[in-house]
Each structure stands twice: as structure tokens, then as C-alpha cells.
Write a protein that binds this ligand. Structure first.
Ligand SMILES: Nc1ncnc2c1ncn2[C@@H]1O[C@H](COP(=O)(O)OP(=O)(O)O)[C@@H](O)[C@H]1O
Ligand SMILES: [Mg+2]
Length: 586
């Protein structure tokens, strides 16, 4: 199955973001560059002084003169070291500030991603972007960008210094430039696509592996092992090919650069020697320039090798910014719902191209308990998701108090309608913290009341630290049924007007489930509850029952009415009451 990945930003968007980030930190950036320029200037004194030393030695100057030169050299080095330290510090501080801003922005974007998009793209891509890409970007922002800026300043100053020392002797300094320009252009033209492919192949590997591990039991049960293995092998082969490609780029580019570095030094010696023999430059000048040619190799190399890293960072940034390009599936309006009356009108919905709901009408009477039953795959969960405003309908409307659910700001929507499914998450933290997520200002008494409402106070108090017991990954494991109860207790605390429970008690044994549903009903009196049920006692206890079949509501009425009608609900009920363990509503 091929799947669409999340979008990726264009290089123009990446450049604009980089510019605006640097613009926002202009003062810190200037400080860093000035400090670095000063450090570089101090470093440039070295070759000049060494040149003087060489000439003095040849001319047989006094030792005092040479000692003075040596002292100056030491002083210049010390100044350079101190300035470099401050300059680097300024660079790191800037990098951290920029990265912190990027990361905050990214987190906010990820948390507001439309659920439907995340489902379609798979979580592997999002996980890779949040880990690998963010890490790559951190490295770029913390090290690569400051290094490139600093190295550029140093290179320019060094070349200028060589020309100031002696223009004719300095000419070989430029000999490597064409090689560097052509080689680097060649490389940079090919590298972005290469690295993008590499990162995408990692995302694909992550996705396949995570899916296989998550679904290990299903894979085993259905004997899909070989298929999954082939899939993972194909993903690995693609990652391998992508890595080979970028490696080939580097094996051509790096040697070209080595040649470009060696050339100016060699030429400078040969050419400088000739200049001295012709008396067109002094020995001191040629020595200084040759040393500059040696000295410039390091910053040029740093500049270029970090440029490679900047490239990787830019690719990562493109993927991170891409998350922002996901079109919003909800457009927040200003309309305020008049009441809590939820109405579904002529709703059709498709996950891909095929409609799974075909014109659903449903008027939820405020305060009623509606049970939804029907065979598996009928569209019950889909209807639940639309009732909770998770997906917008393809056509038709789902409104609360006259306002479409998908026009409400998420915060507001979640105060009105909440969905609880079979999938829950126990967060790392204490039981109390897990509950407080739903209502941060709840008192301990309220937490206990919520737990009591879902028949869970007893087992929670029996935990080693009661409400303060650490649960979730790494903490005390909860059974699936307990996790389900914690999710329901959260729901009680959130206290929305409309609740959609999608088989939310399915993991409890039937008797416990029925007891829980009854105590929950007592707490939720006055709330509208839609209970998607696979046990018919839920339907029996409800005010109305909707039978969903093949994306349509086939029957709608009270238990007694539907029994009297003698339709498919009546048939289901007959077989279920004869043997509740054999037949369920699905
Ligand atoms: N995330 C999804 N992507 C694509 N198709 C889906 C998705 N979820 C459900 N479907 C399809 O929609 C139809 C209705 O599914 P669902 O609402 O889960 O039914 P029910 O809850 O009644 O078992 C099924 O054909 C199912 O395969
Ligand atoms: Mg379902």
C-alpha cells in the first residue's frame, strides 16, 4: 500500500524562514560576527610576524629583535584565543535561541495537525520529522550556521590580508577558487534531492518497523510475517540505494576539495620563490602569504564541510516546515452555538474515494441516551467521529446549537462534545495527573468522585500510592480495562454536554460493563450520550436505539418500538437474549 507522506516546504520557503529567523536575532548575530572578525584579525598577525622572523634570521638581526617579535606573536595568539572563546559562546547562545523558537513552533504545529492527515500519512513520517529531522536541524542551527558565518568572515579577512601584504605574491591564493566553486556547485545541485530521498527512506523504514512491532500479534495471527519481512527488506534496499547515492556524491566532491586546498600553497611557494629571486617581493612577504595560504585552508574547509551540514539542515527544515503546509480541515468561525442540541443532516462521508456513510439524518434529543448498534464495518465508529467533529462530513452538516462542529475552535468543541473510543492512552505520570488532564483545576474530591462514577475508586485506592501511583510507560502497568476506566473518568471530569462512547466499555467483562454503564449513567444524567454498543444490554437500557447498516440508519426508535416492529433489531435481540455470550450486536 502506498501512502501519502506529509508535505515538504519549497526551498524558497526555507530561505524565507531562515532569513526571518536571523532577522529576528539581528543584534546577537552582529555581536557574534564582530567578535569573530576581531578574533580573525588577531590571528592574521601571526604569519606577518613569522615572515619578519624569517627575514630577520636571514639578515642576522639581533636576538632582542627576534625575541620581541616572538613575544608579539604570543600576545596575538592569546588575544585570538580569548576572542574566539567569546565569539563561539555568542554563536552557541544564538543557535540555542533560534532553535528553541523553531522547536516551539514545530510542537504547536504538530499538536494542531488535523487528525485525518496524521492517519493518512501514518505516524512514521511524523515521528521521523519530530526526531531525526529536528535533531539534524538542531545540529545545523547550533553549529553549522555559526561555523559557516564565522569561517566566511575568516576566509575573506585572510585573503584580504594576503593581498595587503603583497598583491603579486598573493595571486596564487585564488588558484583553488575555481575548483571549489565548480565542485561545490556540482555537489549542491545533487545533494538536496539525495538527502531528501535518504530521509524519506528512513521515514518509510521507521513506519514499517513501528507498524510491524505494534501489530506483532496481528502479523503473527494472520501469518503476514513473510509479507512484512519483504516490505521491510524493500524499504531497507531503498534506504541503501539512497545512501549509496549521497556517498558517491561525497567521494567525488571531497577529493576535489583536497586538490583545491593544496594548489594555492604549492603555487605560492614556487611563484613566491621566483618573485623573491626577481626582487619583486621580500622574503618576509612571501613567507607571510604562504602561511596565509596554509592558514586559509582550515576555515575554507570548515565553511564547505559545514555547508554540507547546512544542506542537511535545510532539508530537515523543509520537512519540518512542511507540517505547517497541511491544509486545515476546520475553519474556525465566530458563530456561537445557541444550545447543546446536536443535529446530523444528510451526511455523507468518505475516507478515500468510496462513501462509507450514505445520507445520515439524526436528531439527538438533548439529554437522551442513544445506543447505536449494527454489524462491524457498518459505519458506527465513523458516525461517532463525525458526531465528535473529528472529521468534517463530505456533504451535509453536523451541528451543535446550529453551528457546524468543524467551525468551532477546538477548545470550545471539546467542552461540548467528547469522544471516547476503545483506544486509550495512559500517560506517563500519576493516576491523578492522568485525570487532571481533563480538568486541571479539579480537587481531589472531584477526582475521587469521577473514579467512583466509573467503578474504579476501589482499585485505584488499592494501588501502592493510591491516586499518586505512577502509571503509564515505565510505571505500574494498568490492565486494558483499567485504562478504559481511566479514560472514562477523564470524560466525567471534562463534563461535556454530549458524549460519544465508541465501545468504550468493551474491554470490561459484560457484568462489570453493565454495572459501570449504570453508575456512569447516574452521573451523566442530563447529558446527551451516544453509546456505540456491541452488547445489547446497552441498547436495552437506552432511550432510543439506532441500527446502522451499510452506512445508513435502518431503524430508529425505543427498544420496545423496535421489538414491536420486528425488524433486524428484534431479530438480533431474540438471538442475543437466547444466548448473550454467543451473539453480540456486531
Ligand atoms: N481510517 C479509515 N480509512 C479508510 N477506511 C476506513 C477507516 N476507518 C474505517 N474505514 C472504513 O469505513 C467503513 C466503516 O467503518 P467503521 O465506521 O469503523 O465501522 P464500524 O465502527 O461500524 O465497525 C468500513 O468499510 C471501514 O473499512
Ligand atoms: Mg467501530
Amino acid at each position: 500500500m502506498s501512502r501519502r507522506t506529509l508535505p515538504v516546504a519549497t526551498s524558497a520557503q526555507v530561505r524565507a524562514t531562515a532569513r526571518s529567523l536571523l532577522g529576528r536575532h539581528r543584534r546577537a548575530l552582529t555581536l557574534m560576527l564582530v567578535l569573530n572578525a576581531l578574533a580573525a584579525l588577531a590571528g592574521l598577525a601571526g604569519p606577518r610576524l613569522l615572515g619578519e622572523v624569517v627575514e630577520s634570521v636571514r639578515d642576522g638581526s639581533s636576538r632582542g629583535h627576534i625575541d620581541r617579535l616572538a613575544l608579539l606573536l604570543a600576545a596575538a595568539l592569546t588575544v585570538q584565543t580569548v576572542l574566539t572563546w567569546f565569539a563561539r559562546r555568542a554563536g552557541f547562545v544564538l543557535g540555542e535561541a533560534v532553535f528553541a523558537r523553531l522547536r516551539e513552533g514545530y510542537l504547536a504545529r504538530v499538536l494542531s495537525l488535523p487528525l485525518s492527515t496524521v492517519e493518512r500519512a501514518g505516524t512514521g513520517d511524523l515521528v521521523t520529522r519530530s526526531t531525526g529531522d529536528v535533531e539534524a536541524l538542531a545540529r545545523t542551527v547550533r553549529f553549522a550556521v555559526p561555523e559557516v558565518l564565522v569561517a566566511t568572515v575568516t576566509v575573506v579577512l585572510t585573503v584580504v590580508a594576503a593581498f595587503v601584504t603583497s598583491p603579486p605574491a598573493a595571486l596564487p591564493m585564488l588558484a583553488g577558487a575555481p575548483l571549489i566553486l565548480i565542485g561545490t556547485r556540482w555537489y549542491l545541485r545533487r545533494a538536496p534531492a539525495g538527502y531528501l530521498r535518504e530521509r524519506e527512506s528512513y521515514a518509510q523504514c521507521n513506519g514499517s518497523l513501528a507498524e510491524t512491532v505494534d501489530g506483532a500479534r496481528t502479523v503473527e495471527a494472520l501469518g503476514l510475517g513473510q509479507r512484512r519481512l519483504r516490505r521491510i527488506e524493500a524499504d531497507l534496499a531503498e534506504a541503501h540505494a539512497a545512501e549509496r547515492y549521497t556517498l558517491r556524491l561525497r567521494t567525488i566532491w571531497f577529493p576535489t576539495m583536497e586538490l583545491a586546498y593544496a594548489l594555492p600553497v604549492t603555487l605560492s611557494l614556487v611563484w613566491g620563490g621566483w618573485l623573491v629571486s626577481q626582487d619583486r617581493a621580500s622574503l618576509a612577504q612571501v613567507t607571510a602569504v604562504t602561511l596565509y595560504a596554509v592558514q586559509v585552508v582550515d576555515p575554507v574547509d570548515r565553511m564547505i564541510s559545514w555547508l554540507d551540514e547546512v544542506q542537511v539542515g535545510a532539508t530537515a527544515l523543509a520537512r519540518i516546515l512542511g507540517v505547517d503546509l497541511v491544509p486545515d480541515d476546520r475553519v474556525e468561525g465566530d458563530a456561537v452555538p445557541q444550545d447543546e442540541h446536536v443535529v446530523v443532516e444528510d451526511v455523507r462521508f468518505a475516507y478515500r474515494d468510496r462513501d462509507v456513510l450514505h445520507g445520515i439524518d439524526l436528531d439527538l434529543r438533548p439529554g437522551e441516551r442513544l445506543a447505536v448498534v449494527g454489524p462491524s464495518g457498518a459505519g458506527k465508529s465513523t458516525l461517532g467521529r463525525l458526531l465528535a467533529g473529528i472529521h468534517p462530513p463530505r456533504t451535509g452538516t453536523v451541528t451543535v446549537g446550529g453551528v457546524p462542529l468543524v467551525d468551532l475552535p477546538l477548545d470550545d468543541l471539546r467542552r461540548r462534545v467528547v469522544l471516547v473510543t476503545q483506544e486509550h492512552h495512559v500517560f506517563v505520570g500519576t493516576v491523578a495527573e492522568n485525570l487532571l488532564l481533563a480538568r486541571p483545576d479539579a480537587t481531589e474530591g472531584e477526582l475521587r468522585a469521577a473514579l467512583a462514577a466509573v467503578d474504579s475508586l476501589d482499585w485505584v485506592l488499592a494501588l501502592p500510592d493510591g491516586l499518586d501511583t505512577e502509571v503509564g510507560s515505565g510505571g505500574r502497568p494498568l490492565t486494558p480495562a483499567q485504562a478504559q476506566q481511566v479514560a472514562l473518568a477523564r470524560l466525567v471530569l471534562a463534563d461535556p454536554h454530549t458524549l460519544v462512547l465508541d465501545e468504550a466499555t468493551s474491554l470490561l467483562d459484560p457484568r462489570a460493563a453493565r454495572h459501570l454503564e449504570r453508575s456512569l449513567a447516574a452521573v451523566l444524567r442530563g447529558r446527551t450520550v451516544v453509546a456505540i454498543a456491541h452488547r445489547l444490554h446497552t441498547a436495552h437500557d437506552a432511550d432510543r436505539v439506532a441500527v446502522v447498516e451499510d452506512g445508513r440508519i435502518d431503524e430508529l426508535g425505543s427498544h420496545d418500538e423496535l421489538i414491536a416492529e420486528g425488524g433486524s433489531y428484534a431479530a438480533l435481540w431474540d438471538s442475543w437474549s437466547a444466548d448473550p455470550s454467543a451473539a453480540t450486536a456486531r
